[in-house]
Design a protein around this ligand. Structure first.
Ligand code: HEC
Length: 128
């Protein structure tokens, strides 16, 4: 009986500390679509310096948005994307440096998507 009570308490607590997913603002979706397109372009080697610089700019807005939400994971992930973008922006023709920067960025995208992105379909995600 005691175990049952504890189980119920935990279920209740989990619901209380895990707020439901929310719709992202149109701006947030726009930033993300831009990041996705720019990352794809860098992978293909297209306008690498410019795309990396643009990603750094976009990420400033993303980081500010997430700073206000006080998520350690989001702050850390944003920094990783920003640092990676900066490394790529100054890598020039150094392919190895671009690869290192891409790894940093990729880790940052994932570092925020894992805890905060909830995919509800192939074309739509929410913030959690
Ligand atoms: C600090 C958090 C955070 C970081 C960093 C982040 N994302 Fe996101 N991303 C999200 C969240 C939350 C969603 C779901 C809500 C939305 O779509 O806006 C999302 C959604 C997306 C989507 C789907 C957008 C749509 O609805 O069509 C793409 C594409 C995307 N991110 C690309 C990236 C790429 C590429 C990076 C790294 C260069 C990145 N994101 C970094 C939080 C982040």
């Amino acid at each position: 009986m005691k175990t049952l009570k504890v189980t119920f308490a935990c279920l209740f607590l989990a619901a209380a500390i895990c707020p439901a997913a929310e719709d992202p603002s149109p701006e947030h979706v726009k930033w993300m679509k831009a990041l996705g397109a720019q990352m794809g372009a860098i992978r293909k080697g297209a306008d690498v310096t410019k795309n990396a610089t643009d990603m750094g700019e976009t990420m400033k807005a993303v980081a500010a948005f997430w700073d206000a939400r006080h998520s350690e994971a989001a702050t850390k992930a944003s920094k990783s994307v920003i640092d990676g973008a900066a490394a790529i922006a100054k890598a020039g023709d150094d392919k190895e440096a671009v690869t290192v920067g891409m790894k940093m960025m990729g880790g940052g995208c994932k570092g925020c998507h894992d805890p905060h992105r909830e995919k509800i379909s192939d074309t739509e995600s929410k913030i959690k």
